[in-house]
Design a protein around this ligand. Sequence first.
Ligand SMILES: Nc1ncnc2c1ncn2[C@@H]1O[C@H](COP(=O)(O)OP(=O)(O)O)[C@@H](O)[C@H]1O
Ligand SMILES: [Mg+2]
Length: 457
Amino acid sequence: MKEKLINLVDQAEKNRRRLCRLIASSIKPANEEQIAREFSALKAGIEELTSATNSAVEEADQLPRSLSPSLSDLCQKLEQDICHCAQTPKPASQDWKEYLAEQKRLLAILKNEIQNRWNQPLQIKILGIGEITTTIEVLGEGSLRRRHPESGQWVRLAVKKAPSFPTRSGAEKYQSLCYEYEQFLSARLGIKTPFAEHKLMPGKNGRWLVYNLQERLPSESIACLLIQVASQEMIERVFLRLLQEMKKIFLWNHSHPEYLLGFDGQIPNWAFIRFGPSHPVIEENEPLLYIDTTTPLIRGEGKEQLDTEIFIKSIPLILRPIVRRTLLQQVLDRYYRPRDVVLDLIASFITHHRGDLVPRMVELANQGMGKEIPELGLEPFSAKEILSYNRKDVLIWKFFRQMKRLDRFITEKIFGKSYEQRLPSGSPRFWENLVGAGGKGLTVPESLKPLLQQKIE
Ligand SMILES: Nc1ncnc2c1ncn2[C@@H]1O[C@H](COP(=O)(O)OP(=O)(O)O)[C@@H](O)[C@H]1O
Ligand SMILES: [Mg+2]
């Protein structure tokens, strides 16, 4: 919320400066139309800012008492001022100057109040529990923010902590693989990934940590929620778009056996970043991001670059050799086989409460694969196959999850140490926001509930 308000203040200030420049450059009648346009943009921006600030003030527990009246007062002044100016017929140049100077003063105070006096209590929120990591967000004092390098807007950050590494060089290798994977997907293949930083830090007992910071995306945008609230026609469009994106990897891998990319195409790994109550549609070139970039699977000259211990790090020591020999290779290979990647995407519809769509997705995938990537010669799917795959997949990941719990128990209760990953207590059956196979999926946020009820047409 805080970042959103600061972005809105910055935007209003930008609009105000543009208007200032226009007025200073000339007051010829020819410019009147342009001035009117800039003025309406400024007015709309101020209105959006005041309404967002008032909503924040209403959520009283987020704001210190001393701050809320002052924020509301400032907004009221800004709005009164702009309405007054809108009602003034043809203001003279001097009037404009005075008026815009006052807007500048008010916006600067508002920004300072929001930035420096609004201290929210520290809170940790679990955004999603995937197969490998738990993604969290730190809210309040100490919350993480960055200016997005492309949009220049303030964004909040999501944190995905990788399992710790025994050596600094191991952690650095992982860190550089993450950058390489993201860079390759977005710059080379055109599969966009969120803005991210991978931070290296010393951990306890000489170990090394990598904190993966990624721009925090709105929950509404995560595709596993989208398929719950969208119409079937829209979901079909989403599915075909995901196949189009994944085709880029399949074709790359097909012609470059010396540099292969593994990929997890499941539905919770995608975000249609504009989708939400104010944009409940999927357009042809809808902006889309692939978010699961912290398991950077790259096989260079047939050799897995990622230290795959990351997968079994959470399994108690005595069980690791057997898992390494049996499950691990099976699980890894799937991410490199196009047919398995598509199969996994369709099967993920079951976890995310849309098992009813499996037959239609199978149909679309069979048509699409035959038409778009005939050179891969992929065998068609059947709905039955997807169901049986899903049953096995749920078993594998449930096993991994139970192992994580056992590992936590041993680490905390027997060795009295602190457990590395953040996991909710109790049985995974009840964990909120567990997006891995067999989980409950993401909780539908309040903002999407009206859409869920209407099922957009
Ligand atoms: N940047 C983000 N912003 C918001 N939610 C996120 C973000 N990254 C991950 N999540 C949530 O966490 C879930 C799991 O994240 P993911 O990176 O796919 O982890 P894993 O590698 O364990 O599958 C996602 O499906 C999503 O719901
Ligand atoms: Mg994932």
